[in-house]
Design a protein around this ligand. Structure first.
Ligand code: ADP
Ligand code: MG
Length: 184
């Protein structure tokens, strides 16, 4: 990866960080609910039995209550940090989550979930997205590595606040495109 690419990606990461700092907790909850209402109306969500999603960090669209709300009707799979890779684990309740190795994000315990064919829908967090469904992450490439195994097999839907939708994200060949982005 060349220095210019790192600089261009980091410039967007920095700008989004600034905008996130201006967001109040109320704004965060209101926008999150808007995004989640759109997600619930999505046919791919309605029909999905198994959904790969994520446990939100404090600066992301908050899907934590949403997961708890739907947990008796959908099987949710969450990422778990395993060295340089994300492994997948089945969500078995909020009380069963443990702090993960990266940023202490809560993640399920137990054995990895390897039934990739069973996943009907993937909900993807990101630092920024653009209108061409490109995604920018936090810079570790975790999602690119796991999503490259799911691309084309199941819909990949990014979710974000509207200010995270930017004009153009610089991309490299390893960056995995979304199939759609929901913002609020
Ligand atoms: P992010 O997607 O988190 O914004 P980048 O796309 O900038 O991060 O990728 C960060 C690093 O991860 C890069 O150095 C890149 O080479 C590496 N990386 C990402 N995806 C892959 C992949 N599929 N195989 C090998 N390395 C990868
Ligand atoms: Mg990437």
């Amino acid at each position: 990866m060349n220095d210019d690419m790192i600089r261009r990606k980091n410039r967007i990461r920095k700008e989004i960080r600034r905008l996130k700092n201006e967001l109040s907790e109320i704004d965060r909850q209101v926008i999150s609910l808007t995004v989640l209402r759109k997600l619930e109306a999505l046919p791919e969500f309605t029909s999905a039995k198994t959904v790969l999603i994520f446990w939100s960090m404090d600066d992301e669209v908050d899907v934590r209550d949403f997961i708890a709300k739907w947990a008796d009707r959908k099987k949710f799979i969450l990422p778990s940090i395993c060295g340089d890779e994300l492994s997948l684990k089945e969500f078995a309740g909020v009380e069963k989550l443990i702090a993960g190795d990266l940023y202490s994000i809560p993640e399920p315990e137990g054995k990895p979930f390897n039934e990739f064919n069973e996943i009907d829908l993937v909900i993807v967090p990101g630092v920024a997205f653009d209108r061409n469904n490109n995604r920018l992450g936090r810079g570790k490439g975790y999602y690119d590595r796991i999503l490259s195994q799911l691309k084309g097999k199941t819909p990949l839907i990014g979710i974000c606040y509207d200010f995270q939708m930017v004009e153009e994200i610089p991309t490299e060949p390893h960056d995995v495109k979304m199939d759609g982005v929901i913002c609020g």
